[in-house]
Write a protein that binds this ligand. Structure first.
Ligand code: UDH
Ligand code: NGS
Length: 351
């Protein structure tokens, strides 16, 4: 009781000191102290919290001695969730190593909780070219991350193998189309290869609104770069994706295709939803500028006419050539050629 009185006394004393300082004109100093105090008290990852490794506790996943039909539904909140995760990047990862750490993942990067019926059925689509190290880091983190959430999922990588300029929007459209041929997915996650989620409460299931998950990226000091930002990691229900006609196919190179799909959502009178910033945290893997993904100088011009073009440019006008579909231990790989319309065909024919 005496101790509690002392603490209260000190607290009130501090408050009086702050008020006096504030009234004497030390506004900035007082607000700085308050900021420091509030950020340490309200911080999403308090220093005293022990952050778990993304694999910790997963050894408890066990099959039940029941037939599939008798399995219970998975709980609304998975018992494996632990909040903020300790993210580390093991060197020289190999597929075998990652596969060994994920014994429940089946060929093609497919997983279903062995002990309950999942509430979420999610395809994760990764646009890809020449980022092998990033891909392995993402797979190393994403598989256990999704298992913690008791999700039924498959990871798909859409690999643009030609030397045309990179086209993220088109690859994501291809991923959608090919993934939906495989399964009646209820939720599609569009996931950049270099974003590592840091909190397993950022559950990869769809809500009634299009979801922007990468709310707080370290590269942007864990803040949104701008209010309508819809890049990095996003999710839509297939019905919503089809309603907005998917991504545009004609953004070649860096920038704008994510703003275009955001406009499509707004043009269709939908809104974007986001997880709380404490959950939607990501580390971005460092890399230099990609060859073949130069900044697209036409992006602002294209964006100015999204409202005219969106119905005629998207999943309904997608053209590509699927060279192979391959099931690896950790993901299903689609290798594709993206046609750059007639121009490419003419060039090829002339050779
Ligand atoms: N990607 C590849 N290979 C490439 C290019 C892109 O796999 O050669 C994929 C990858 O999944 C990446 C995503 O496309 O995460 C988006 O690529 P991006 O270059 O648009 O974005 P990122 O965040 O890099 O990776 C930002 C580069 C900063 C450019 C700044 C211009 N002002
Ligand atoms: C905007 C781009 C987006 C991009 C975002 C973040 O300016 O495509 O920056 O980029 N829009 C336009 O250029 C119109 S990032 O720093 O992550 O590469 O996603």
């Amino acid at each position: 009781m005496v101790v509690q009185c002392r603490v209260l006394f000190i607290f009130l004393g501090l408050q009086v000191v702050m008020m006096v300082l504030y009234h004497q004109g030390y506004h900035h100093q007082v607000s700085r102290v308050l900021n420091i105090l509030s950020s340490s008290i309200l911080s999403p990852t308090p220093a005293n919290l022990i952050m778990k490794d993304v694999y910790s506790g997963l050894e408890q996943i066990q099959a039940l001695n029941l037939t599939e039909d008798d399995l219970p539904s998975c709980p609304k909140s998975s018992p494996f969730l632990s909040g903020p995760l300790k993210v580390s990047f093991p060197l020289h990862l190999t597929m075998d190593e990652i596969a060994q750490k994920n014994p429940w993942v089946q060929m093609g990067g497919h997983y279903q909780p062995p002990n309950c019926w999942a509430l979420h059925h999610t395809a994760v689509i990764i646009p890809y070219r020449a980022r092998r190290k990033h891909l392995y880091q993402l797979l190393y983190h994403l598989h256990p991350f999704l298992q913690r959430q008791q999700i039924h999922y498959t990871i798909y990588v859409v690999h643009q193998i030609d030397n045309n300029t990179f086209n993220r929007g088109k690859l994501l459209n291809v991923g959608f189309k090919e993934a939906m041929k495989e399964n009646n997915w209820q939720c599609i996650y569009f996931h950049d290869v270099d974003l590592i989620p840091e909190d397993d409460r950022n559950v990869y299931g769809c809500s009634v609104l299009p979801m922007h998950s990468a709310v707080a990226i370290d590269k942007f000091q864990y803040k949104l770069p701008y209010q309508t930002y819809f890049g990095g990691v996003t999710a839509l229900r297939p019905t919503h994706y089809l309603k907005i006609n998917g991504f545009p196919n004609n953004y070649w190179g860096w920038g704008g295709e994510d703003d275009d799909i955001a406009s499509r959502i707004f043009l269709n009178k939908m809104f974007i939803t986001r997880p709380p910033a404490a959950f939607g945290r990501y580390r971005m893997l460092k890399h230099g500028h990609d060859k073949g993904n130069e900044v697209n100088p036409k992006r602002f011009h294209l964006l100015s006419s999204t409202h005219i073009r969106w119905r005629r440019n998207g999943i309904n006008t997608l053209n590509y050539k699927l060279l192979s579909k391959e099931q690896t231990q950790l993901y299903t790989n689609f290798t594709i050629l993206v046609w750059r319309r007639r121009l490419t065909l003419v060039k090829l024919n002339r050779r």
